[in-house]
Design a protein around this ligand. Structure first.
Ligand SMILES: C[S@@+](CC[C@H](N)C(=O)[O-])C[C@H]1O[C@@H](n2cnc3c(N)ncnc32)[C@H](O)[C@@H]1O
Length: 292
């Protein structure tokens, strides 16, 4: 059976097309406003993504159809109107080296605008958010994790900039729904990762229910079972984000991956409370999501 490439199927293209569209809009809308514009890609990868078309197990000896497409970093650099600065964060040094080489080869005249950070996304973003003078900057942050890597305090740091728009690949299906067994308690490591990601453990009460049954000996047994859909998990994440993003969070999102259950929900949040800024950001992001 062919091994599936995790996170590298058709949904990847849709996700990147959404990002592409927003990165095309953002510098155009802000170019006359006098801010320095910064794009922050916290799970940068190598600049290239391998798409495996087949969702199905393949017969031995039959290779899945494959296609290579440009990843988020290359798409960010190739936008017609550039950002002033690009920050690429990647925890794998070898991937980051490959990315830096690729960007230098493809965009020699823009490479001076790029900064490459080999670190954990949470640590690097919190540091950037703390050390940047946000009165002079406006940003787009792209969070593209495989799973539950983003912790709530990282989202708080982005929200507190009041200058950054966020696209977040929230792992509603893979990272939350599938971690809660149909029957039985969520394993403690998985539960901790969900709580860290959502910034609260209220999901335990909202996403599960307890039923009581009587066993053969007349004793009452309490069972925990999953009582939530991926859609409800996403709605909960949106309402959690609304508690910190002063420019609001889009109701619409893009469901991505998975046949039976979507794996991810691509969310948009705006940290800027300014009326004109948030209205424009929501209008454009909403249009892009509706047409994805
Ligand atoms: C889904 S891929 C990103 C793909 C990329 N955005 C693109 O479009 O080409 C996730 C990447 O994040 C990196 N990664 C995983 N955990 C990380 C972490 N905690 N901090 C930073 N990077 C991480 C992985 O090495 C991998 O390259």
């Amino acid at each position: 059976m062919a091994k599936q490439k995790f996170g590298a199927r058709k949904h990847t293209k849709k996700k990147l097309d959404v990002l592409d569209d927003y990165l095309g809009f953002f510098p155009v809308a802000l170019k006359t406003k006098g801010y320095r514009l910064i794009y922050i890609d916290a799970f940068a990868g190598t600049g290239e993504v391998l798409l495996v078309e087949s969702d199905e197990p393949l017969l031995p000896g039959i290779a899945p159809e494959q296609e290579k497409i440009d990843g988020s970093a290359v798409r960010a650099l190739r936008a017609t109107i550039p950002f002033d600065e690009y920050v690429f964060i990647e925890k794998s040094q070898s991937k980051l080296d490959k990315l830096a080489q690729e960007l230098e080869r493809q965009f020699p005249d823009r490479i001076d605008r790029c900064k490459f950070i080999c670190d954990d996304a949470n640590a690097a973003i919190k540091d950037i958010c703390k050390t940047t003078n946000w009165t002079n900057y406006r940003a787009v942050v792209f969070l593209d994790p495989f799973g539950n890597q983003i912790s709530w305090d990282t989202l708080e740091a982005i929200a507190q900039t009041r200058a950054a728009d966020l696209w977040y690949l929230f792992p509603a299906g893979l990272g939350v729904y599938r971690q809660i067994p149909k029957k039985g308690k969520t394993q403690s490591k998985a539960a901790q990762s969900v709580t860290r990601m959502l910034g609260s453990n209220e999901w335990m009460f909202l996403f599960t229910e307890q039923t009581s049954t009587e066993n053969l000996f007349g004793e009452t047994e309490v069972n925990t079972q999953r009582a939530v859909s991926v859609e409800a998990i996403t709605t909960h994440a949106i309402s959690r984000l609304r508690t910190i993003f002063r420019g609001g969070v889009l109701d619409q999102y893009v469901s991505l991956g998975g046949k039976a259950v979507p794996w991810y929900s691509l969310l948009f949040a705006c940290s800027n409370p300014n009326d004109a800024a948030k209205t424009l950001a929501h209008r454009v992001a909403g249009w892009i999501v509706d047409h994805a």
